[in-house]
Design a protein around this ligand. Structure first.
Ligand code: ADP
Ligand code: MG
Length: 630
């Protein structure tokens, strides 16, 4: 007798259940997705004991006739795809036809369903994969599915369930993911009989996010206007630069409405937020990606959580660009708590500001602002740097002093050039952020925190972080415009590498040259370093180059030279910037503030720490008990 046998269906379902249904939250996901696929306008999710005792999902969708109600419990029974071609471009949530039979094989399962045009509905009960009963039933049109005692017949899986709180928080996360992607559907979640969320249908994603996360986060989101990048349409909301989390839970991304995770997306977000997020922190995003369903494969993960893009680099690049543009366009001062007085969405709503040309506003600024700059940073008009990285019409002034000098004898601070765009403000984007005139410097706390009165309340500037940001953008601009000036070393350095690092370096010699590192192969796995960027000051240049190589290795293959350059600069400016305890005069502080506000990304330093924070009048009033906390 042969040893290979076809598994009995019930057993096969249990095996599949191990993949599809790892915990109650997965059941919630499958049921809610089925309800959405069935066109529901209202979905209720009820859980008890984190979903281990009970999960019930009620929808007002299409419902099923008796034949379908029985068929849907068969393995590989699906109404959603019919042909191989359908599989190549899946737009429904489900398609594997596995969820219901899998769930029913590991629980006490009850399905009650009725299509709107049928007089009677059907109720089916299945326990541990065994059909217990099929009967007629009245009730509302739509579908109600109840799952009791998940894994009651699979003790091995039951052991893996965590505490009620943990399981519930996973359920809540699933609920959130779908509620945000479908604001037009009314969603309710109850936990042990109490309403946790009731979210009426709305046409605004932001309203839906607000209903789920509260005002504090919703007010600190910036919009990603719907726009196409490289054939991929992006839209949604993302956290302002100061908003981040230590886990990836709030980094939510959708692909054609399906919540998904993909390395290409994470890379793209990282790159878009580059230098505005602290190390180890993750962004908060609600980002919707729409693209041709033939350009990726969702059928790579049993829970359909991950996708494989045919061209991951294009996706990464598109996401990075959308994020960067959104962050640059919506510049708001981070607040401690509470609603921002100047919500990013209202940016252009002040008619005065939107009617008057931007250059006119700026000219007035320039007249009233003190023109003295004593800081070792550039003197600049308050014109913001052009957002476009267009090559300057006239050759920009030499960026750095490129005299040959031994590494140890560099000037104390790099002499930075005046901005290349001192007098031409036209053509740059209308600036809607605050200007230096909106703030009055009151004093400096601890020789670090500059206290200022702003129109919305108290504004505090970290002078070190602010100076880092200003220098960072100046250096980056010079790098983009004229490349990085190098200085030849008096004595070339010899660099000995392992074969893999040597290979990496060989492939990136051109990129490095653009960044001011001139290296040349010199024997097997050995390189001669002839020149280094002028602004690098280090006692140990070889260790510094090791860091650069390490960074090269970390970057995904398609990452730009610009990004590597940004990293190099970011680590350098910290050492050059004014220090925490450097005491600066008021005109110096004013100049610093002006330069900061003229930056592309003024509200955080290149390491992602905030440069300015604001405590609003409202918050002060609450703190002093003049106004009830809301
Ligand atoms: P899939 O979603 O992959 O098709 P499922 O096992 O989740 O597989 O569901 C099987 C089928 O049952 C679906 O294709 C659909 O026709 C039907 N179905 C499941 N849930 C519902 C529901 N809430 N309303 C209407 N039809 C449903
Ligand atoms: Mg399904």
């Amino acid at each position: 007798m042969s040893k290979i046998r076809i598994l009995p269906d019930a057993l096969a379902s249990q095996v599949a259940a191990g993949e599809v249904v790892e915990r109650p939250a997965a059941v919630v996901r499958e049921l809610v997705e089925n309800s959405l696929d069935a066109g529901a306008r209202r979905i209720e999710v009820h859980v008890q004991r984190g979903g281990t005792a009970l999960i019930k999902v009620i929808d007002d969708g299409s419902g099923m006739g008796r034949e379908d109600a029985l068929l849907c419990l068969e393995r590989h029974a699906t109404s959603k795809i019919q042909t191989k071609e359908d599989l190549a471009a899946i737009l429904t949530y489900g398609f594997r036809g596995e969820a219901l039979p899998s769930i029913a094989s590991v629980s006490r399962f009850r399905l009650a369903t009725r299509p709107a045009d049928a007089l009677t509905g059907t109720e089916v009960e299945v326990h541990g994969g065994k059909m217990m009963s099929v009967k007629d039933r009245g009730g509302a049109a739509g579908t109600e599915i109840e799952i009791r005692n998940l894994f009651f017949n699979v003790p091995a899986r039951r052991k893996f369930l965590r505490t009620e709180n943990t399981e519930y928080s996973h359920v809540e996360q699933q609920f959130r993911l779908h509620a945000i992607a479908n604001p037009g559907v009314t969603f309710t979640l109850t936990r042990n009989g109490e309403v946790a969320y009731h979210l009426p249908a709305t046409d605004s994603v932001l309203e839906r996010i607000r209903g789920l996360t509260g005002d504090e986060l919703a007010d600190r989101l910036v919009p990603v206007p719907r726009e196409e990048f490289l054939g991929i349409t992006l839209s949604g909301y993302i956290g302002a630069p100061s908003v981040s989390r230590s886990t990836r839970q709030s980094q939510i991304t959708y692909l054609n409405g399906r919540p998904i995770e993909a390395a290409a997306l994470s890379y793209g977000l990282r790159e878009g937020y580059h230098t505005t997020l602290m190390k180890g922190q993750h962004p908060v995003t609600f980002l919707f990606i729409e693209m041709d369903a033939h350009a990726y494969d969702v059928n790579v993960h049993p829970a359909k959580k991950e996708v494989r893009f045919h061209d991951g680099n294009r996706v990464r690049e598109a996401v990075a660009r959308a994020v960067r543009e959104a962050l640059t366009a919506a510049r708001t001062v981070p607040t401690g708590h509470g609603p921002t007085a100047r919500p990013p969405l209202d940016r252009a709503t002040n008619p005065d500001e939107s009617i008057r040309p931007a250059w006119q506003l700026r000219q007035e600024t320039a007249v009233t602002a003190p023109s003295q700059t004593l800081l070792p940073i550039s003197t600049r008009s308050s014109a913001p740097p052009p957002v476009e990285r267009a090559p300057a019409a006239a050759p920009p002034p030499p960026a750095f002093r490129a005299e040959p000098a031994p590494l140890t004898a560099m000037p104390a601070a790099p002499a930075l050039p005046p901005s290349a765009s001192d007098d031409v403000a036209e053509g740059s984007e209308a600036e809607t952020g605050p200007s230096a005139e909106d703030y009055r410097i009151m004093g400096v706390l601890n020789r670090l925190y500059v206290l200022m009165e702003g129109t919305e309340g108290l504004v505090i500037m970290d002078q070190h972080a602010a100076h880092e940001r200003v220098m960072f953008e100046q250096m980056r601009r010079s790098m983009e415009q004229s490349g990085v000036p190098t200085q030849r070393l008096l004595m070339p350095l010899t660099l000995q590498l392992g074969p893999r690092e040597a290979d990496l370096l060989t492939r990136n010699l051109d990129a490095l040259a653009r960044l001011g590192i001139e290296a040349e192969a010199f024997g097997p796995n050995t390189f001669k370093i002839e020149a280094l960027p002028t602004f690098i000051r280090t006692d140990d240049p070889l260790a510094w180059i090791d860091e650069v190589i390490e960074e090269l290795r970390r970057m995904s293959s398609g990452a730009s030279t610009l990004r590597l350059g940004e990293d190099m600069i970011a680590t350098t400016v910290c050492r050059h910037a004014v220090k925490a305890n450097d005491s600066l005069s008021i005109p110096e502080l004013e100049a610093l503030l002006r330069d900061l506000l003229a930056c592309e990304m003024p509200y955080c330093c290149p390491h992602g720490r905030p440069t300015l924070i604001q405590i609003s009048h409202g918050e002060l009033e609450r703190k002093f008990g003049r106004r009830a906390p809301h």
